[in-house]
Design a protein around this ligand. Structure first.
Ligand code: 5GP
Ligand code: ZN
Length: 119
């Protein structure tokens, strides 16, 4: 989709600070970080939300989650054995959740204590 920001980043048309890449996923630093680690993980194929992605290609959603975990390990937020010190993986879906880019993306947030409930 040429009018989609994250499709254009996947295509290399808009620069991205890439921290992790697989055949079907890309992870890059958020332009407005909300925590010391704030990385967005996207499927290279365009799907609007996690709910639409899981219906269309559940294996690809699993690859996005695996990539998010790999980023967390790379950033020192977890190991394959334990979620220490820990991180948050967020998929905002729809207007009330504050989704602004309509290409599914998991936010990997960590590096500070994160409060709950979210705003
Ligand atoms: P959402 O609100 O849709 O869950 O998250 C969209 C995220 O994309 C926001 O955290 C926002 O800072 C980030 N973002 C928006 N434009 C760009 C951009 O051009 N580059 C990068 N790296 N992140 C962006
Ligand atoms: Zn897209």
């Amino acid at each position: 989709m040429t009018d989609c920001l994250f499709c254009r980043m996947v295509a290399g048309e808009i620069p991205a600070d890439v921290v992790h890449e697989t055949e079907r996923t890309l992870a890059f630093r958020d332009i407005a970080p909300q925590a010391p680690t704030h990385v967005l993980v996207v499927p290279k194929d365009h799907h609007a939300t996690a709910g639409l992605l899981v219906g269309a290609d559940p294996q690809l959603l699993a690859e996005v989650v695996a990539a998010a975990h790999a980023v967390a390990v790379q950033e020192g937020l977890a190991t394959d054995e334990a979620p220490e010190p820990g991180y948050r993986l967020v998929f905002n879906s729809g207007p009330q959740a504050g989704q602004t880019v309509h290409h599914v993306h998991g936010h990997v947030l960590g590096g500070r204590a994160l409060t709950w409930p979210p705003g």
